[in-house]
Ligand binder design. Structure first.
Ligand SMILES: Nc1ncnc2c1ncn2[C@@H]1O[C@H](COP(=O)(O)OP(=O)(O)OP(=O)(O)O)[C@@H](O)[C@H]1O
Ligand SMILES: [Mg+2]
Length: 214
């Protein structure tokens, strides 16, 4: 099934970041987007995840044009089907790790998966405040928060940026296994070429265009 399809997206802030960007994502498929810092990767991811409206073009999620969805419909799609791992984690700082996951649990009415916490090696820091955790631990909590929702599409912006190589590979394996086992898809933004090439397809955002390189 087609999870996401973007047609001819354009976006500008102070100047034009990109135009005529099209791509689609199927179940069990992963796509990587690479490109220089400032080329617009996070912006593109935010357009695909419907956090931003494109200047031009369309995004379809699960076969339906996002601009044709009511506000309520879109809120439900975002809450239940989209999982976004941000470049900065946006955890609730005053809360413990566990409380952060509980928010996700309540909103999505799914249960925290203890095996997931084990796989991410964060079981032991669940009762610590977010501010007491290392950058890599916060990153793994934010990944656990997203996977707790059991999303159909994962949007991940440099999800392993704060992790050592070994932990990064384990986390990526978790994402890939998750997609396979849950008929989900993933769009990954990364600076890491090796990581990118673990995905089914690789695009590069360059000269205001999205170019398919694998
Ligand atoms: N909300 C905004 N308002 C104005 N300009 C913005 C906004 N968000 C991003 N930009 C600008 O758009 C350009 C692309 O930013 P973006 O965050 O998409 O790049 P990126 O490719 O993700 O970079 P990085 O690899 O450093 O994360 C930058 O010049 C940035 O300053
Ligand atoms: Mg970015």
């Amino acid at each position: 099934m087609n999870l996401l399809s973007a047609k001819k997206l354009s976006h500008s802030f102070e100047y034009e970041l990109f135009s005529n960007v099209s791509l689609s994502l199927q179940e069990k498929e992963s796509i990587a987007i690479i490109g220089m810092s400032g080329s617009g990767k996070s912006t593109l991811l935010h357009l695909l995840a419907t956090l931003l409206k494109p200047d031009d073009g369309e995004v379809e999620l699960f076969g339906k044009n996002v601009s044709a969805m009511s506000k309520k419909e879109l809120v439900l799609v975002k809450r239940n089907k989209l999982g976004i791992v941000f470049q900065s984690h946006y955890l609730f700082k005053g809360f413990t790790a566990l409380e952060n996951l509980e928010v996700s649990e309540i909103l999505s009415q799914k249960h925290i998966d203890n095996q997931l916490l084990k796989n991410l090696d964060i079981g032991q820091c669940m009762h610590q405040k977010v501010t007491e955790l290392s950058g890599g631990q916060q990153q793994r909590i934010s990944i656990a928060r997203v996977l707790t929702k059991k999303p159909s599409i994962i949007f991940a912006d440099e999800p392993t940026g704060n992790l050592d190589n070994e932990t990064a590979s384990e986390v990526m394996k978790l994402f890939f296994d998750y997609c396979k086992n849950n008929r989900a898809g993933m769009i990954l933004v990364t600076h890491d070429n090796d990581l990118a090439h673990m995905c089914n397809r690789v695009y590069k955002l360059e000269d205001k265009e999205l170019k398919l390189i694998k």
